[in-house]
Design a protein around this ligand. Structure first.
Ligand SMILES: CC(C)(COP(=O)([O-])OP(=O)([O-])OC[C@H]1O[C@@H](n2cnc3c(N)ncnc32)[C@H](O)[C@@H]1OP(=O)([O-])[O-])[C@@H](O)C(=O)NCCC(=O)NCCSC(=O)C[C@@](C)(O)CC(=O)[O-]
Length: 334
């Protein structure tokens, strides 16, 4: 009886997953660990450790790695070695190494490091904009437009973030219409993609659906990315809600590291190991080697002397040395 019950549940899940995976034949992973993951760490992570982490992520098959930020060192000391990171990185062919830029000063410094892509990051709420950028949302958009105009002129790709899309630690709930408007402005500035950030991880599948309905009135799903912090453990279920709308790019952070020093209550991002395992379970090929990814997660967690936030990393332990065996296990529910 118990068996019938669970096999019935499994069939229902499998059918749902198949529906989603039919709509999402491939997913682009945008790794934010070296930037969002480390920016909140109080102990300074030496440049060579940051670089080694990026190398390990690339070796595992991650093709988009946000590697540094060029923000004011007075605001985020941890990211003050952005230029050293970018200048000493061994860039693998086919891998994209974007950097986070707050203003023209940061842009000019990054440009000297031969960057090919930048990310700009207006806030979705007044409270967070003031805390994170020291200006209003409107003023932030004006500043980012100056940066985007210059980058477009220089032939550098621009990605946009909107933060606090599902809630703000200072202003509370946020109108999805306001997020859609900022998203539209970012596209008008020349962004090729906009990542919707649940900066403090308060979203649920229900609030993601409401947001997607509004934002998809101004753009198409192939131009959006989702960026979930996993504070309330909703990261993967929020992602399912997004995949149902045809989203194809997902931000995540190795070992579930992450958080913003100016967002009270923000915890780590959706862990990349958990995301990859989940996608293999849907039959979505990510071309990421989970064994090497888990190794990268352990490398940085060991350095930080804290346990990994990735459940997959923890659960796999040393049980699997072979990537194919993990894929088989992840895919066994299909
Ligand atoms: C925007 C500012 C600069 C305004 O900060 P401000 O204090 O208003 O700016 P300022 O122009 O008065 O500059 C203050 C000092 O910083 C210097 N400065 C100024 N800019 C730079 C620069 N680029 N590089 C190096 N130095 C810089 C500047 O030269 C000056 O130095 P001083 O004259 O006093 O010696 C500041 O608020 C800032 O850097 N904010 C960034 C905070 C941050 O990095 N937050 C985390 C990233 S956002 C995030 O995590 C959310 C996201 C994207 O992941 C999405 C999600 O999770 O949902």
């Amino acid at each position: 009886m118990q068996f019938l019950k669970s096999s019935c549940i499994r069939k229902t899940f499998s059918a749902t997953y198949r529906t989603i995976s039919n709509k999402v034949p491939e997913v682009r992973i945008y790794e934010v660990g070296p930037r969002d993951g480390l920016q909140n760490e109080s102990k300074f992570v030496p440049t060579d450790i940051k670089i080694e982490l990026i190398h390990k992520l690339a070796a595992a098959g991650i093709n988009n790695i946000e590697s540094a930020s060029f923000v004011s060192p007075k605001w985020v000391k941890q990211m003050s070695d952005g230029a050293e990171v970018m200048n000493n990185l061994k860039r693998s062919p086919g891998v994209n190494y974007p950097v986070l830029i707050p203003n023209l000063k940061g842009y000019e410094a990054a440009k000297k490091c031969n960057i090919e892509e930048i990310a700009i990051f207006p806030a979705g709420s007044e409270g967070f904009s003031q805390k994170n950028l020291n200006c209003s949302v409107e003023e932030g958009l004006k500043r980012f437009k100056v940066v985007a105009d210059q980058a477009v002129q220089d032939g550098i790709r621009v990605r946009g973030y909107v933060s606090c899309v599902l809630g703000c630690p200072y202003d509370g709930s946020i109108s999805p219409k306001a997020i859609a408007k900022i998203t539209e402005e970012l596209f008008a500035m020349g962004c090729y993609e906009v990542s919707l950030g649940d900066t403090i991880g308060v979203g649920t599948a229900g609030s993601v659906r409401r947001l997607m309905q509004e934002v998809l009135a101004v753009t198409t799903p192939d131009k959006l990315a989702l960026h979930f912090h996993d504070t309330y453990g909703q990261g993967l279920s929020n992602l399912v809600a997004g995949l149902e709308f045809g989203i194809k790019t997902v931000d995540s952070s190795i070992s579930g590291l992450g958080g913003c020093p100016y967002a009270r209550g923000a915890s780590g991002n959706l862990a990349t190991e958990d995301l990859v395992y989940f996608l293999y379970g849907l039959g979505v090929n990510t071309n990421v080697d989970l064994v090497q990814l888990v190794e990268a997660g352990r490398y940085i967690s060991n350095f930080l002397a804290k346990p990994t936030e990735s459940k997959v990393n923890r659960a796999l332990g040393d049980r699997f040395k072979n990537h194919q065996d993990i894929i088989k296990m992840a895919a066994c529910t299909i």
